[in-house]
Design a protein around this ligand. Structure first.
Ligand code: COA
Length: 153
């Protein structure tokens, strides 16, 4: 089936917010459409969606400054998971980063997020740090954040 990618600007903030809501179960990681629009108006923030047969399946949001970048959020709607969608979005971003001469890409991920960690390791990221009890609270349960890095060289 045909896969396509679309760059998203501030006008797509509502769509991105809905995709994020549909992808994450964790309220902690959700941004409103207003937050998303503010973010997308910021310098060097880029977003892209992936669609299959013209149905939007997921998104990625990242930002870059000088020769570094950070993945801010990635999500694939549950019905589209396990079909290489996130891998393809990551490949698009890595190719674009290479074109912009970006040397290092960072991200944070919950230590219990097996699917995301598997994705990032597959894409060439390695763990460079761990932030204890970074996510959650005493009620929901705390979780460490792993800091991962991708190096162009
Ligand atoms: C993480 C997420 C983006 C993966 O999307 P996806 O399109 O299903 O991923 P892909 O099909 O491209 O899989 C890529 C790799 O990720 C890993 N992976 C994906 N789903 C997995 C699962 N359920 N369990 C273990 N590893 C998994 C595997 O290493 C896989 O490679 P493989 O197919 O060669 O084994 C998706 O599960 C999601 O949206 N999760 C909720 C939001 C989220 O956690 N975002 C990341 C926050 S940091």
């Amino acid at each position: 089936m045909t896969i396509s990618f679309q760059k998203i600007g501030p006008a797509g903030a509502q769509l991105l917010s809905e995709l994020q809501k549909g992808s994450f179960q964790d309220e902690e990681q959700l941004w409103s459409a207003e937050d998303m629009a503010t973010l997308l108006r910021g310098p060097h923030v880029l977003a892209m969606t992936i669609s299959q047969a013209e149905q939007v399946a997921g998104y990625i949001l990242w930002r870059h400054a000088a020769d570094e970048a950070e993945i801010l959020s990635i999500g694939i709607l549950p019905d589209y998971r396990g079909r290489d969608m996130a891998s393809q979005l990551m490949s698009e971003i890595l190719a674009e980063a290479a074109g912009r001469d970006i040397q290092e890409i960072f991200l944070e991920v919950r230590a219990d997020n097996r699917a995301a960690i598997g994705l990032y390791l597959k894409c060439g990221f390695t763990q460079v740090g761990q932030r204890k009890d970074y996510y959650g609270d005493a009620v929901t349960g705390k979780q460490d954040a792993l800091v991962l890095k991708y190096s162009a060289k």
